[in-house]
Design a protein around this ligand. Structure first.
Ligand code: GLN
Length: 194
């Protein structure tokens, strides 16, 4: 198995450490030619979504990644990654990959005081640690999207076909449950439906 880790900006090394721990190979995606490698899944890390979106376009990686996700490539998107996948961003006309029918609210907990830790339920995984850093939450999820985690009445985890998107940072905590769930999806991806 080979997982692509988008390595343009943000917390990609922390995801790589989790994959190391789980004994899974990965390829850092830094430039267009890195996308020639056959991938079984892709991780979009946290960081700054505006910068990441801009770099994806400038480096001409945007369309390729969007198409692979639309074709069913499993994706784990954390925090800024969730913003990249969202069809809509609240109060903002910017759109990035737009493969996930949700509306996200950026910096939803406020810019300065918006970082916190909690433990909460994730569908099918039980209680897991959740570290939020200037996180978005899901302001609206279309009915076809599965809501997998809610904290303080805000949606912080969703799954839709081959896409897992979460507001928090599982790569910063000890639990590897989210990554394991994603890797299971990579082992037997569902065929994308039109
Ligand atoms: N606030 C960041 C953004 O809007 C996301 C923060 C994160 O990824 N930790 O892109």
């Amino acid at each position: 198995m080979n997982i692509g880790v988008l390595a343009l900006q943000g917390a990609f090394i922390e995801h790589e450490k989790v994959l190391d721990k789980l004994g899974v190979d990965y390829t850092e995606l830094r430039q267009k030619s890195d996308l020639d490698t056959k991938l079984d899944g892709i991780i979009l890390p946290g960081g700054e979504s505006t910068v990441q979106g801009k770099l994806l376009r400038e480096l001409d990686m945007f369309e390729n990644i969007k198409e692979q996700i639309e074709d069913g490539l499993p994706v784990l998107a954390t925090c800024a990654g969730m913003i990249l996948l969202a069809k809509d961003i609240e109060d903002d006309d910017t759109k990035h990959l737009s493969t996930l029918p949700i509306t996200v609210k950026r910096n939803a907990y406020g810019r300065q005081l918006g970082s916190f830790y909690t433990e909460s339920d994730y569908e099918g995984l039980g209680e897991i640690p959740m570290t939020f850093i200037r996180a978005p939450f899901v302001a609206e999820a279309k009915p076809e999207v599965d809501v997998t985690a809610v904290v303080n009445d805000n949606i912080v985890g969703v799954e839709y076909k081959n896409q897992i998107a979460i507001s928090f940072h599982p790569e910063l905590d000890e639990s590897t449950k989210i990554h394991e769930r994603f890797l299971k999806m990579c082992e037997s991806p569902t065929v994308a439906q039109a």
